[in-house]
Write a protein that binds this ligand. Structure first.
Ligand code: GRF
Length: 210
């Protein structure tokens, strides 16, 4: 099978990107990250990409026009959002529907949007986590794929939750990407199949799934 051509969009640290790139290098993921694109020229993730000899693009003034041009040039099979803080414009979402993945730091559909760790603490939730989903025009509301739960302790702070959630993200994001690149995720109108079965709710128990 030909290697898929993926691009990563990020705005900040890029630790998820780094983790995904490590999984490309260790052979877990059969794809190539051909570019890293950021709306923030100072994003640390861009520095990581340069060290990895991956082409970088810092979007300038007309961010979405620039993004469209770069994506047209790259012809990506998969667009991986990894901490990209801008909302993608509807034309890009429509054009690449079914090819854009995002990871969100909550157990979607709970806690869409920002400051998820803080809100989870305020609401005294027992569980928190991370979710990989396809991107639609509905913010953090696209079809869910894979989720990992973490237990919230009384002593947890925003910082400890952030660390625990990141840890969960490093395991589920590469796995969901692998399902995509291996052809296990198929689009059927506006929903998705995993290994031929409709995903009714996000997959949580990954212990038996390779
Ligand atoms: C992650 O928590 C992810 O869920 C959210 O943005 C954060 C990015 O972190 N979408 P990093 O830049 O990959 O460290």
């Amino acid at each position: 099978m030909n290697k898929m051509n993926a691009v990563v969009l990020l705005s900040g640290n890029g630790s998820n990107f780094k983790n995904i790139q490590d999984r490309v290098k260790d052979g877990f993921l059969n794809m190539k990250i051909s570019a890293v694109i950021s709306d923030n020229e100072k994003a640390y993730g861009l520095q990581i990409a340069r060290k990895e000899n991956i082409k970088t693009y810092a979007l300038k003034n007309k961010i979405n026009d620039d993004l469209n041009n770069v994506l047209n040039k790259i012809n990506a099979d998969l667009i991986i959002l990894a901490g990209y803080m801008k909302i993608l414009p509807p034309d890009i979402v429509d054009k690449y529907f079914g090819k854009i993945l995002n990871i969100h730091p909550s157990l979607l559909p709970k806690y869409k949007g920002m400051n998820t760790h803080q809100r989870v603490i305020e609401d005294k939730e027992s569980f928190h986590g991370a979710t990989v989903h396809f991107v639609t025009k509905n913010l953090d509301g696209g079809p869910l794929i894979l989720q990992q739960k973490i237990k919230v302790d009384d002593k947890d702070t925003v910082e400890t939750l952030k660390e625990k959630v990141h840890h969960a993200e490093y395991s589920i994001y590469p796995l969901a990407i692998k399902w995509y690149t291996d052809g296990f995720l198929e689009q059927c109108e506006n929903y998705f199949l995993f290994k031929g079965a409709k995903i009714e709710s996000p997959i949580q128990d990954i212990s038996n799934i390779k």
